[in-house]
Ligand binder design. Sequence first.
Ligand SMILES: [Fe+2]
Length: 290
Amino acid sequence: MNGGRVGLAGGVLKNVFKTLPASPHASSFPLQNRYNPPFVRILLLSDIHSNLEALDACLFAAPAHDLVVNLGDTVGYGGNPNEVIAKAQALGRVFVRGNHDRAVSGLMNLDEFNAIAGLATLWTRAQLTPKNLEWLRALPQGPIKLDELPGIQFVHGSSLDEDEYMVSARDAIAPLITDPVPITFFGHTHLQGGFLLTGEISEGYRPGYRTVGQPESSDWPLRKNRRYLINPGSVGQPRDGDWRSAFAVFDSDAWIVTFYRVPYNLRVAQEKILAANLPQRLATRLATGR
Ligand SMILES: [Fe+2]
């Protein structure tokens, strides 16, 4: 993940509990539902993957925000696809479709998935209501741009290919050089962090944290004259070795991305996967963040 010329270590650390209001959503959700710009504080969620416990933990920990953007893969792998779709829909209407959203709703051939992902896709498809399947099928392909947020776009894989995995600085170089949009928020890799273009060099960035089990946040102040690719991490199935659920908030005034990691009720999420007779690996991998 930390590829490229220089692996930059973390940002400013602070404990989430010290900075969060007791009831963080009371003021933010009405703003969101009215879709009322300016969108200064953007809550970025990606790769929720039907993990309701993780999503709930993120929403509880998230600071007040003006807009929620979902970067795709709302379903697949986890035990609560209908419940997670309902909650995601209630948060707002800015979505990018992910490859699992396409696969579950029949827009993508399952040949491209491994056996475990294929089984989870078929199970998820069987659970979903016809209305939710239709909603998934209608999700838009990225890049998504909003008039109120010039210089920013939202994708699942990359702006060049919605299925591209931008894991290393080498993967990121083509989108960074060819796409002039200063900030691209992406998902798909389940790896929290990002890449920036300095001259013609792509550098990886990964937020730094002090603990492995506490709620934490990490700031990444951005510079105006650079290009960035930024991944908030996966809400429902992190793969960067940190089991905690991941999300991010972007402050478009301060030009700062704050990454978050929050513990969630892992055991319940695992039990739901096992109770559904989904592959055991989908439950065990949540504990290691791999
Ligand atoms: Fe995903």
